[in-house]
Structure formats: structure tokens, C-alpha cells
Design a protein. Structure first.
Length: 184
């Protein structure tokens, strides 16, 4: 359910674009993101900082798209989000000597510090490259291709990257011992 809620605005953006145009889709994405934040606040009582940042970016860039009637602004939105996320990881590591991924996910998995560093740097690089790739598609292809890339390409590359991370992390995750296996 959480995964569906996370992708709710982008799915509605995609559907609205296919039935209308980029400006209607942008308005739908803004409303969907506001609804998503409202629902999370109502249901859980808390909203993650990155979700607030995402709301601010969609309102700012989406609003500029609608007001100026210029799709360039909305095409920059994914890149800005990717670079903000990657930048936060980079600044956390270099300036504050804090691995933000470990801070966020350390309770879910136990890893050596070297593995956390590799994850942090790989996510930083992934976000940087995704930002560049988004701009390349946005400004070298038509809007329809960009919208398709935003949903299928972006999410597909994210899925491949996450699987790659899982394979890398697999060497550090210890399977729970089954009763009777430890020399009972």
C-alpha cells in the first residue's frame, strides 16, 4: 500500500497527460501530491522530510509550468529532486561525516561501515546520473517520450539499481539460523 501511495502522484500525472496535456497533468500532480501529504499526515501523523521537499518542488516547478504555460519547468522537477537527494547524501557524508542512509535504514539492517559508505556513494552517483539523464531525455526528445521515460524509464532504472544494491548487500545479510542447525 505504501508503494502505491508513493507512486500515486506520478501515476496520476501519467494518466492525466495521456488523456489531456502536460498542463493538466501538472495540475493533477500538484493536487495528488498535496492529497498524498494530507493523507499521510492524517493516517500516520507524520510526513518524512523528503516528502515535504517533494511537495515544495512540485508546487514550485509545477506552478511555474502552469503560470508561464511553459513545460520546461516541470521537466526540470525530477532532476531537481534527484540532485537534492544526492546532494543531501553527499553533504551529509563530506561536511557532517554522517551517513544519512545509515541513519535512515540502520534500524532495518546491520552492515559494516564500509558497506554503508559504498551504498551512500552509489546512491549519490545514481541520483546525479538520473538527474543528467532526465535532462537529456527532456530536452532531446518530445514531451510524450519524456513522460514515458519519467514513469517507465525512471522507475525501471530505479528498480534495476535497487536489485543491484540488494545483490551487493546480500553478502552482508546473515540468514537467521534455523532451530536444530547450530549443532543441537
Amino acid at each position: 500500500m505504501k508503494l502505491l501511495l508513493d507512486f500515486f502522484p506520478i501515476i496520476l500525472f501519467f494518466v492525466a497527460f495521456k488523456f489531456a496535456d502536460i498542463y493538466v497533468a501538472t495540475g493533477v500532480a500538484i493536487v495528488a501530491t498535496i492529497a498524498q501529504i494530507g493523507w499521510l499526515r492524517y493516517k500516520t501523523g507524520k510526513v518524512e522530510p523528503m516528502q515535504w521537499v517533494s511537495l515544495a518542488v512540485i508546487v514550485l516547478f509545477g506552478g511555474a509550468t502552469i503560470i508561464a504555460h511553459n513545460e520546461t519547468f516541470i521537466k526540470w522537477k525530477p532532476t531537481v529532486l534527484y540532485w537534492l537527494m544526492g546532494g543531501a547524501l553527499l553533504i551529509g557524508q563530506l561536511l557532517f561525516r554522517k551517513n544519512l542512509l545509515k541513519s535512515l535504514m540502520g534500524a532495518q539492517m546491520e552492515l559494516p561501515d564500509a558497506a554503508w559508505r559504498v551504498m551512500n556513494w552509489s546512491w549519490t552517483g545514481f541520483f546525479a546520473l538520473m538527474g543528467v539523464l532526465n535532462l537529456w531525455v527532456a530536452f532531446n526528445f518530445d514531451t510524450n517520450t519524456w513522460v514515458n521515460f519519467k514513469l517507465f524509464g525512471g522507475l525501471g532504472l530505479m528498480a534495476v539499481f535497487v536489485v543491484g544494491q540488494a545483490v551487493y548487500l546480500g553478502r552482508y545479510i546473515k540468514a537467521d539460523e534455523q532451530p536444530g542447525e547450530a549443532g543441537d
